[in-house]
Design a protein around this ligand. Structure first.
Ligand SMILES: Cc1ncc(COP(=O)(O)O)c(C=O)c1O
Length: 439
């Protein structure tokens, strides 16, 4: 605000409130008193309507692995735009992109493209049901997997409704979720094999799949242990259920996704975000015999599936170029830079003496306003006071030209350098100083 004059963003938000619920199309961008409005972005930098430049550590919620307006993607997509954006025909580019993905990941025998991570997770669940003939699924408490009814159960469970740790309740995320949905979703505690297996054993004959994100952001960006993944895999094999990995976010972690951290392969994997090169995308991939439920050559298809914009040539072109440029050298460089960022954040914590810590893996980090490393959704959960302090921390960072993800997480991109990390370090030192006494 400038005297009595309202800013361009305030004016635009007033207009937005007239036509969009709460003035936004995705709650992720909502903030008080109004959202930031992006005008343009290049590489690691994002510019808002007021002309403020920020280092973008959100990268459209982890999806822009090469930052903004990555020249090879811009060039390839511009060329494709001249030739058409979507056809009621298959295209060569979807075949080439599918080949690239299947060559890259040992467990990807077949792949199908969709338009979002939500759709990809939904398709994995439906494919698991079609393949096994069973209805129930299991997922970790607090894990975010998009907005499919079954996938969002207990995503925002809280101490008032999450129930006993031995047998967490299935908590509706959206008002009006049918009881049938809740009773078909078993909630397991993340990284707690003993409790998880005991819950699974209660419904052993009815479970189509166990859905796991190997580094679940909302649970606390805590890596799944090899023991937990191995135990779930063994249980699935013993009980004719499928192990499904949600790698919508974590595929950026290594050359072949976070699944390469483990000795076992998931039966199906949901993908999205970075594999679209900045355009809307999703995909699901895995075992040939499971993916056969989609095969339209079958007289009786078990899982009939389509989508108007699935495998559209714009997303396929952008995604293929983005993945080609995320070669082993790029992965190594990005993950080394992330180690440096982690050290930088830890140094800022030490220097300021704030009660905080860092979690993460691959090219993702999250700051917790907790003195001790959280090990579960329940221990990472922020109470009301901590949530208010987190908001203040985010405001302090925005004011210092840093754009984090709104859980105070950071998704790095390949165009970042030590320079951006050092700016983050300086901003964190100042921000931590300003909030430290509130904790
Ligand atoms: C782990 C995970 N799965 C699925 C999704 C849903 O993806 P989309 O927003 O593309 O529907 C998200 C989105 O943030 C996610 O973080």
């Amino acid at each position: 605000m400038n005297g009595d004059r309202i800013s361009d963003s305030e004016r635009l938000y007033e207009e937005a409130l007239e036509v969009l619920p709460g003035g936004v199309s995705r709650n992720t961008v909502f903030r008080k008193p109004h959202p930031f409005y992006a005008v343009r972005a290049e590489g690691a930098y994002l510019y808002d309507l007021e002309g403020v430049e920020r280092i973008d550590f959100s990268n459209n919620m982890t999806s822009l692995i090469h930052g903004h307006s990555f020249p090879p993607v811009v060039e390839a997509v511009t060329a494709q735009l001249q030739k058409g954006t979507a056809f009621t025909m298959a295209t060569e580019i979807e075949v080439r992109f599918a080949q690239l993905m299947c060559q890259r990941v040992p467990g990807f025998e077949k792949i199908r493209f969709v338009n979002s991570g939500t759709e990809a997770v939904m398709a994995c669940i439906k494919a698991s049901r079609a393949f096994t003939g069973k209805a129930k699924i299991a997922k970790a408490e607090g894990a975010y997997h998009g907005t499919y009814d079954y996938a969002e159960v207990s995503q925002t469970a809280n101490p008032a409704n999450w129930g006993d740790a031995d047998r967490p309740d299935s908590v509706a995320h959206t008002m009006g979720t049918p009881q049938g949905v809740l009773s078909d979703v078993l909630i397991i505690p993340f990284n707690d094999s003993a409790r998880a297996l005991s819950i699974l054993n209660e419904s052993s004959g009815d479970i189509a799949c166990v859905l796991i994100d190997p580094l679940p952001h909302r649970v606390g960006l805590i890596p799944a242990t090899s023991e937990f993944v191995g135990d779930l895999h063994r249980w699935c094999m013993d009980n004719d259920a499928l192990l499904v990995f949600d790698e919508v976010v974590t595929f950026r972690s290594t050359y072949s996704g976070a699944q390469s951290w483990y000795d076992v392969k998931p039966d199906l994997t949901a993908l999205g975000k970075m594999i679209g090169g900045g355009f809307p995308v999703g995909a699901f991939a895995g075992r040939d015999d499971v993916m056969a439920v989609l095969d339209p050559r079958q007289e009786k298809m078990l899982f009939p599936h389509s989508g108007t914009f699935s495998a559209n040539p714009i997303s396929m072109t952008a995604g293929k170029v983005a993945i080609e440029h995320f070669d082993q050298a790029a992965v190594n460089r990005l993950n080394t830079l992330t180690d440096y960022a982690r050290q930088t954040i830890e140094d800022a914590i030490k220097l300021t003496g704030i009660s905080a810590c860092v979690s993460g893996g691959g090219s993702l980090l999250r700051v917790h306003l907790k003195g001790e490393q959280p090990t579960s959704y329940r221990s990472a959960f922020l109470n009301k006071k901590e949530t208010q302090i987190l908001k203040k921390l985010l405001d302090e960072l925005y004011a210092r030209n840093i754009m984090p993800i709104n859980t105070c997480s950071f998704a790095l991109s390949t165009v970042m350098t030590e320079r951006e990390i050092e700016s983050l370090g300086r901003a964190l030192v100042d921000a931590f100083h300003n909030i430290k006494d509130l904790l």
